[in-house]
Design a protein around this ligand. Sequence first.
Ligand code: LMR
Length: 394
Amino acid sequence: MFETLKTRPADSILALMQMYKDDPRPSKIDLGVGVYKDATGLTPIMRAVKAAEHQLWEAQDTKVYTGLAGDPGFSDAMIQLVLGDAVPRDKVAAVATPGGTGAVRQAFELIRMARPEARVFVSDPTWPNHLSILSYLGMEAVNYRYFDEDTRAVDFEGMIADIKGAKAGDVVLLHGCCHNPTGANLNLAQWQAVVDVLLETGAVPMIDIAYQGFGDGLEEDAGPTRLVASSVPECLIAASCSKNFGIYRERTGLLIAVSQNSEARKLHQDTLAFLNRQNFSFPPDHGARLVTMILNDAALKADWMAELEEVRGSMLSLRSQLAGELQRLSGSDRFGFLAEHRGMFSRLGASPEKVVEMRETHGIYMVGDSRMNIAGLNAETVPVLAKAIIDAGV
Ligand code: LMR
């Protein structure tokens, strides 16, 4: 029966990971998948995670199931991290999910259950897997303008004009911080303007926040999500712990639904638990438990926050090194946007042909749309990349 299956196009990010692995050149530089790397190229286990794992190993005495929504302690700790006190708790439903992608998937399914005809407005560009999951679920995606290819900043007027086309019953998907793949973000005044459009149109926002703490700081990065969640009647938030806790393979995420009132919250909570049961039953617990332990222990939390700040600072420093080197080589400020962007990624603005040329000639691996993972650089490779960019005539 399975001969009817069709070969599917490979995910652009995961295919690039494999190409990089297969390249024998020792000088190759990996700016592909969104994984933090230190100056030696290692993705370390964060100190607080290691310490929590030790404690857990000593203290955990059962591996029995948690609940369909995961451990409520995890939801509480993460709701506090993401939303702070922006929304009364009796309006917030949440379930643990396998990673941020799991939260995105469950959110889309929830939307489809409630409104099969809903259109999901997505930034152009967005994380390719948003589009892939929407298409897999048979849901309609509508692009809104987001990235200005000339300035490499947000095309704010285009964005506002396009999201005004959303209607009540539609969803507008927003990146809470550190836009993936461009690195270009809205300021708070612009976020307020987005909120005004959402209130005007009645469209429901869904926020994907996968990089809290990688942009301007933990609290700062949560600001837009808190603004939206406290301003609109309903919203969905897909949060990931993969990057800011460095627990990628543990698959730790949370789907939050901000509801109109406590009665609606109960319906949301029950429906989200039902969706978990249909898809995978109980969500994974190990990563969620580590996150809960860290966020509830003052010493572990302080150490985690300090290390996250080191990670953020190192990416900011790489950004300014790269922008500086490109300024020196090009004699112009046209790469200044690299220092303005935030998070792990920047879209360079090179054509797909030039991306291939840089890969073949210099062993530089960036995603085909010229998304670069800034954390893939170090002090030695910044000048190599800068030279390759100038040589390629970007
Ligand atoms: C990325 O965008 O590179 C990450 O979110 C990893 C992934 O799953 O694509």
